[in-house]
Design a binder for this molecule. Sequence first.
Ligand SMILES: Cc1cc2nc3c(=O)[nH]c(=O)nc-3n(C[C@H](O)[C@H](O)[C@H](O)COP(=O)(O)OP(=O)(O)OC[C@H]3O[C@@H](n4cnc5c(N)ncnc54)[C@H](O)[C@@H]3O)c2cc1C
Ligand code: FES
Length: 304
Amino acid sequence: MTSPACTDSRTDCQLSSPASPPCPAGQYVATVVEQEQMARNTYRLRIHCPEMARRIVPGQFFMIRPAKGTDPLLGRPFALFDTYDDEQGRPAGFDFGYVTIGKLTSLMPNWKVGDEVTLWGPLGNGFPVVPKGTKHLMFVAGGIGQTPFLAMTREALGLRQYGSPTRPSETRPQKVSLCYGARSAEYLAGLNDFAIDGLDLQVATDDGSRGHHGYVTDLLKQALTSDCPPDLIYCCGPEPMMHAVQKIAAAANVSCWLSLETPMACGIGICFSCVAKIQQDDGSWDYRRTCLEGPVFPAAKIVF
Ligand SMILES: Cc1cc2nc3c(=O)[nH]c(=O)nc-3n(C[C@H](O)[C@H](O)[C@H](O)COP(=O)(O)OP(=O)(O)OC[C@H]3O[C@@H](n4cnc5c(N)ncnc54)[C@H](O)[C@@H]3O)c2cc1C
Ligand code: FES
């Protein structure tokens, strides 16, 4: 079906701060164009919104709420899964994956094609562009924390470009891998999407129902002792898992970035509900707003 273009209800950017990326965020009323179940309690929503699709980069997020009604009043943050194109090859919209947890995510499976949503974004900094000379880029994901890594994989392998202007992606690591852990096989979402030539996908489940029987961090430890160990790690998932990855990466002296999923109320730096403890240059820590200065931080700077 053809959806109307989403409408920008904001005239100027509210995100201008030295810590934030160039300021392309907007607020839009957009339309649901597809919804499918990906795994147990896990769904993918496709939203028609060319403006967002043109601008968003891997690791950035947006806030979303129903366009009508006041309950829930606050939007909720979700990461980009990937963008998609129209028949002319222009960015038309984006997909995101979500797991049902509470108030809004429990309502979302009822959203139908044509329903209107209010969005604001793209928000946050996104994952860094892969630095030149990277040999093995490894993504470590736990649960729904896999969602930022589809777009990041495609960018790292040179399969798709993101952002406006498109951000550089001239460096191809020799190896790109994803270690993806979940409670059990029924919670593994998007394995078909991650079946990409050039991506080494390894899976772990807590109960051994698929892949390695144990934690995803076991796979990371194994990789670090292999012939081609990761020299750059991007990670997203539950906090205990990210804390463990932080320690493993530090012990191996490997550069590591974590994408935090702190609860957020506004997404644009006003409410301070999203703060995380971040180490300062003098060794002390201070609270930083994850929505503005994150959600992606150098692992070594995060104080858990
Ligand atoms: C930058 C960012 C990106 C995210 N990307 C995704 C994504 O791609 N897919 C996805 O499924 N989820 C993602 N999340 C988490 C998602 O925002 C929450 O699951 C969602 O807000 C829950 O909304 P709700 O109304 O269903 O739950 P609520 O009714 O608001 O809350 C239910 C319970 O969950 C807790 N909760 C709320 N938010 C979080 C959170 N972020 N972490 C831990 N506990 C929380 C509440 O404290 C409460 O106990 C992301 C979060 C952030 C900050
Ligand atoms: S969510 Fe409001 S300041 Fe970050």
